[in-house]
Design a protein around this ligand. Structure first.
Ligand code: FES
Length: 107
């Protein structure tokens, strides 16, 4: 069962067992991770599920689709390195140990 860590802007960490969560966003919602309202429920329509993936993990995740990149850019004006919509990141065993940072704001 993959373990995924969410890091808040103030450094607080939540280490969560992904169990049967289909995406990183679902895992965050189930555990009330702060700063990730995920208002559209994973429909790629809100960009309120942004996280920052550290350099060592960026190439280990499936790349962001053009639609995901467009949604981020439309929301904050650019696509910072490692910025992802966590509703678009499926949980797989390969994500065990992933750490993502929750940004100060969601747009
Ligand atoms: S939850 Fe809305 S885009 Fe991810």
């Amino acid at each position: 069962m993959p373990q995924i860590t969410f890091i808040q802007p103030d450094g607080r960490r939540q280490v969560l067992e992904a169990a049967d969560a289909p995406t990183v966003m679902h895992l965050a919602i189930r555990h009330d991770v702060a700063g990730l309202p995920a208002e559209c429920g994973g429909q790629l329509a809100c960009a309120t599920c942004m996280v920052d993936v550290p350099p060592g993990w960026r190439d280990r995740l499936p790349p962001a689709s053009p639609d995901e990149q467009d949604m981020i850019e439309d929301t904050i004006g650019s696509v910072p390195e490692g910025r992802r919509l966590c509703c678009q990141v499926a949980v797989t065993p390969a994500l065990d140990g992933l750490e993502v940072a929750v940004p100060e704001t969601q747009g």
